[in-house]
Design a protein around this ligand. Structure first.
Ligand SMILES: C[S@@+](CC[C@H](N)C(=O)[O-])C[C@H]1O[C@@H](n2cnc3c(N)ncnc32)[C@H](O)[C@@H]1O
Length: 312
């Protein structure tokens, strides 16, 4: 069973409801939670769903089967968004949704190695055909590479100590080996607060294995070219580094980075390609975070492709 509660679904559907008729690319379709709600709200749209995970692709095909040929599901990575969209649609892309990170089933199936509960092989691949696994990262990267990844992706203050313990404990075979390396590295008085001490390190290694930040940059860069005028791109991020990439891209597309020096008047920018619809990232409502832990860190941003580039 594939069970995943779509995050901020009310806000996502509200932001996609006004788009013109056409195709919406759900670049992280998962089990099809957002896609189903969207097609119920706007039965005139078509959806191209993409996911790199076999299990998600199978679940989305099953869960969306009753929408017939309005839905197509493709296995692939959104870093190849332009190719996938060109091969599978006739254009007229009016929406692109990225709901980043891992799904509940990925975390819940302990054999996939994403979770710090239990004992499983150090896998953590979303796409099981990919070569790089967590085991390779942990056993073959240098100590300084590991420390940098854990500090940056995990925002972990004890990254140096954790990297040093991992190297001392090599070869690591299971998720339990990684948990104990983290526990040995973190001073006892810091182990008791802030949830499981291994959470940030698992997140960091997962992001490295799946190249999550470079994929996001690549997918976003392609999305703005693929959208038709009036179309909208939405991104749900769960990590401050992801959200910063999204915020920067949107600001650049909106021409905000290049347009003024302090004190000079704001001129229309000929390179302005989008209007940002969310000045600040939207956050989930308290009623949602109360019932869905995954939603707590969610930040939603949206932008709309301009009909005619301003100033042209
Ligand atoms: C949070 S879940 C999406 C859940 C979905 N919105 C729903 O409502 O069921 C994120 C999904 O994105 C997929 N994913 C992550 N990075 C990806 C990438 N670069 N390309 C394609 N899929 C990706 C994961 O495999 C996972 O299934």
């Amino acid at each position: 069973m594939y069970q995943h509660l779509p995050v901020m679904s009310r806000e996502v559907i509200e932001l996609l409801t006004p788009i013109p008729q056409g195709t919406v690319v759900d670049a992280t379709v998962g089990g099809g939670g957002h896609a189903r709600l969207l097609l119920e709200a706007r039965p005139d749209l078509r959806v191209l769903g993409i996911d790199r995970d076999d299990d998600a692709v199978a679940a989305a095909r099953k869960n969306l089967v009753h929408f017939g040929d309005k839905v197509q599901i493709v296995q692939g990575g959104f870093e190849n968004l332009a190719t996938i969209v060109k091969e599978n649609t006739e254009g007229n892309i009016m929406g692109i949704l990225f709901d980043l990170g891992v799904s509940s089933p990925q975390l819940d199936r302990s054999e996939r190695g994403f979770s710090y509960w239990g004992e499983a092989p150090l896998d953590m691949r979303m796409d099981s055909s990919q070569e790089l696994t967590a085991q390779t990262v942990l056993n073959h990267y240098t100590e300084s590479e590991l420390s940098m990844i854990i500090a940056k992706n995990g925002e972990e203050r004890f990254a140096d100590r954790i990297a040093s313990r991992i190297v001392a404990n090599r070869p690591l075979q299971t998720t339990a080996d990684l948990v104990s390396s983290v526990q040995e590295a973190i001073p006892a008085r810091f182990r008791r607060s802030g949830g499981n001490p291994a959470r940030r390190t698992f997140q960091a290694i997962r992001m490295e294995v799946n190249r999550e930040l470079p994929s996001l940059s690549a997918g976003l860069d392609e999305s703005v070219h693929l959208l038709s005028p009036g179309g909208r791109v939405l991104v749900l991020a769960y990590h401050s580094l992801e959200d910063r990439i999204v915020k920067d891209r949107f600001a650049r597309w909106a021409g905000e980075r290049e347009q003024t020096l302090p004190g000079l008047p704001v001129e229309p920018n000929p390179r302005r390609r989008v209007k940002v619809l969310t000045r600040r990232a939207l956050r989930p409502r308290a009623s949602e975070t109360g019932s869905n832990r995954r939603a707590r860190s969610a930040r939603l941003r949206a932008a709309e492709k301009l009909t005619v580039p301003a100033g042209s």
